[in-house]
Every structure is written in structure tokens, then in C-alpha cells.
Design a binder for this molecule. Structure first.
Ligand SMILES: Cc1ncc(COP(=O)(O)O)c(C=O)c1O
Length: 379
């Protein structure tokens, strides 16, 4: 059966630079391969940390010292280190009201209690964050951290404007709560007018830990992520990194390739992703539009996801099951709910499927949503 995979946030397989990476691998192994008899240094392979710093400095116009950057096995490991360093079992993590399911799963494994803060089209609503922190403080509780995907939010695709970021930092400082700035989709942006500085860039008080990744611009298979944190937090986080270090061979190859190709690669990835986004929004207009005004979808200025609101009478689990039986893969809104509640949304990832897969898969999905409407059986 043909598959239409709108499931996870991955780049297009055809944009993976196999040839360039193969040449980079041959060069770097010939020149520096003998370094691989050593364990990587604690913060990871320096030339890749230099690439991470260069990437940050170009978009943020602020320097990021390489000493403040540590490589991890995907950004997921950075999130794991954060939870282990800052959240005791049973403690609270504050998130957006919808957020990345992988992080939710990780936080739940840590036995954290998850508290979602309502959002609008511009991300977390600050009056709601303030009310949440106040309520917790009144109960004598301080969250382990606030976890936010302020840019290209997963799943909604929103970008938090700079004024709101400033407010978030002010509130976090006032309640003395750490902020985790998951910037894993950072460089995938089609509308530069909506670009905003990262929370890490705006902060000068050590309130923020920044998370980056090469997964979304290259591929999650390389497992190269990183975090940036001030020295005291860096040490607290690295204390729990007991894996012998981040894969140095992969770091070497990625660093060797990106030292000459980072900007051209990013431009190419953005061109491809923008075309996919445009194809998907056009297909949604054609096939979901006729389902009525209760169906709405985001037009994200970057990132890899479109968030689709379906009418309340659609049985989402049934729609997803029907779609799966016809080869269309996409997660239900529930996967992004900190409260693990059924919500009338679907998340569509547009980076991985080809243009023809998007054009042919969206009408099938629309059919399945239609077939699952009005069939909800209350428990
Ligand atoms: C918001 C967010 N953070 C972190 C990750 C983990 O990515 P990786 O570990 O591949 O860097 C993902 C993956 O989808 C994500 O969407």
C-alpha cells in the first residue's frame, strides 16, 4: 500500500546531502580518524560546537561562546539531562497547552506533573502563565522549569513575538523559574518578518537553557543535538551525561560538511520546505475547505507542521485509524496534550512527504475526517 507519511517532523529524504557527507566523511577520517581512539571530550567535538555557535551567531547577531555549548545525542538527550537535573519525580513542568509529544513522554517518564498553559496564535498567553505560576506559588509549589517551543511551535507552528518573550522572561525571573527554550526548528523559516530573537538571546540573567538540533535540517538519524547554558547549569546538566560522550564520528562528519555548506544547505532546505508547506495548505483549502468553516488550519511561517482543527463531532481516533488503514499517517491532537485529553485537532508534518504524496494523501485524509464525523460514541 502506498504510504502518505505526515507523521513526524523530518526533512525531505531527497534533500539529505549523501554525496557531500560521504566526501566529508572520507576527508575527516583520513585526516583526523585517529582521534576516534579517544573518548569525546565532555562537551563534545569542538569543531561541531563551533558550527553550532556560528549558526546561532548568524541568526541571533549575538555571540555564543563555545564553552557554553555541549553536544548531545539529539536534542532529546538535552531534554533528558534537563529533567534529571531540575525536576524531581512528582514535581511540576509547565508547558504550552499543546506541545511536542516526545517531550511529554520524557517528562512523564520522569514522573513530572504536567501543567499546560493556554495559547493563542502567538504562543503561550502571558496572563495565563502568570496566573499558573501564581496559583502554584500560592500552593507553595515551584515548577522545575517552563518548557517552551517559542519559535515554530510543535504542533501549532506559531512564533511567539518578541514583546511576549520579554514578558515571559520577566515573569520567569519574578517567580525564579528556569526556562527551557527548545529551538529545534530554529532555521526553518519562510517569513523573516515574523522571526524573533530566541529567549536565550534576550536573557542576560542565566534564566534560560537553549536547545538546538541538527535533526531538523539534516536528519534525526545523525543524532546530533546540543544545548547552551551558563557554566553552573552546564555542569549540573553534564553531571548526568554518563554515556561516554556524544558520537564523535557523526560530529566530525557533520562539522566537516557544514564548515563549508551550512548556509547553502539551509537555503536549500528552506526552499524545499516552503514548497511543501504551500502544497499542503493549497491541498487543505481544496479538500478540507468544503468540510465547512469549523475546519481550520494554520499557515506556519516556518517549522515543519500544520495544525488542523476539525469539527468537535469528529471522532479523531477513528479518523486517524481510518486514515492509517488507507496509508495516511498523522498523529491526533491528543499526542500533544499535557493532560492526555482528546482534542479536535490533527498535526500534519509537511517536511518528509513528497509533493505528489501531499497532493494525493490530503484528499484521502479529508475523506476519513468526513467519515468519522458525527460518529463519536461517548464513553
Ligand atoms: C520540539 C522538539 N524538540 C526536540 C525534538 C527531538 O529531536 P532530536 O532529538 O532528533 O534532536 C523534537 C523532534 O521532533 C521536537 O519536535
Amino acid at each position: 500500500m502506498r504510504e502518505y507519511n505526515f507523521g513526524s517532523g523530518r526533512p525531505d529524504p531527497l534533500s539529505f546531502p549523501s554525496e557531500g557527507l560521504a566526501e566529508a566523511a572520507a576527508r575527516v577520517i583520513a585526516d583526523h580518524g585517529s582521534k576516534l581512539v579517544d573518548y569525546p571530550e565532555g562537551k563534545g567535538y569542538l569543531p561541531l560546537r563551533e558550527i553550532a555557535a556560528m549558526r546561532f551567531e548568524r541568526s541571533e547577531r549575538k555571540s555564543l561562546p563555545v564553552e557554553d555549548i555541549a553536544l548531545t545525542s539529539g536534542s532529546m538527550q538535552a531534554l533528558q539531562l534537563l529533567s534529571e537535573a531540575y525536576v524531581k519525580p512528582g514535581e511540576i513542568i509547565v508547558t504550552e497547552s499543546f506541545t511536542y509529544g516526545g517531550s511529554l513522554g520524557l517528562f512523564r517518564r520522569r514522573q513530572a506533573r504536567l501543567v499546560g498553559v493556554p495559547m493563542d496564535d502567538h504562543g503561550m498567553i502571558m496572563s495565563e502563565l502568570e496566573a499558573t505560576l501564581k496559583r502554584l506559588a500560592d500552593q507553595g509549589t515551584k515548577p522545575g522549569f517552563i518548557y517552551t517551543i517559542a519559535s515554530h511551535q510543535n504542533p501549532t507552528g506559531s512564533i511567539m513575538p518578541v514583546e511576549r518573550r520579554e514578558q515571559l522572561l520577566e515573569i520567569a525571573r519574578r517567580y525564579d523559574v528556569l526556562v527551557v527554550d527548545d529551538h529545534c526548528y530554529g532555521d526553518i523559516i519562510f517569513d523573516m518578518d515574523q522571526a524573533a530573537p530566541t529567549l536565550y538571546t534576550l536573557d542576560d540573567s542565566g534564566t534560560v537553557v537553549y536547545i538546538g538540533s541538527f535533526s531538523k535540517i539534516l536528519g534525526p538519524g545523525v543524532r546530533q543535538g546540543y544545548f547552551a547554558a551558563p557554566p553552573s547549569r552546564m555542569n549540573q546538566m553534564l553531571h548526568n551525561k554518563v554515556d561516554g560522550g556524544t558520537n564523535m564520528l557523526a560530529s566530525m562528519i557533520v562539522a566537516e560538511y557544514f564548515k563549508d555548506h551550512l548556509w547553502s544547505h539551509l537555503a536549500m532546505v528552506n526552499r524545499v520546505m516552503q514548497e511543501r508547506r504551500d502544497t499542503m495548505t493549497a491541498s487543505l483549502a481544496e479538500h478540507f475547505g468544503p468540510l465547512g468553516p469549523a475546519v481550520q488550519w494554520s499557515n506556519p511561517p516556518g517549522g515543519l507542521f500544520i495544525w488542523v482543527k476539525v469539527p468537535d463531532d469528529v471522532d479523531i481516533a477513528e479518523a486517524v485509524r481510518l486514515a492509517g488503514s488507507r496509508g495516511v499517517v498523522c498523529p491526533p491532537g491528543r499526542a500533544f496534550s499535557p493532560e492526555d485529553e482528546d482534542v479536535p485537532y490533527l498535526r500534519l508534518a509537511f517536511g518528509y512527504p513528497s509533493v505528489p504524496d501531499i497532493r494525493d494523501g490530503i484528499p484521502i485524509l479529508a475523506d476519513c475526517v468526513k467519515a468519522a464525523s458525527g460518529v463519536r460514541v461517548e464513553a
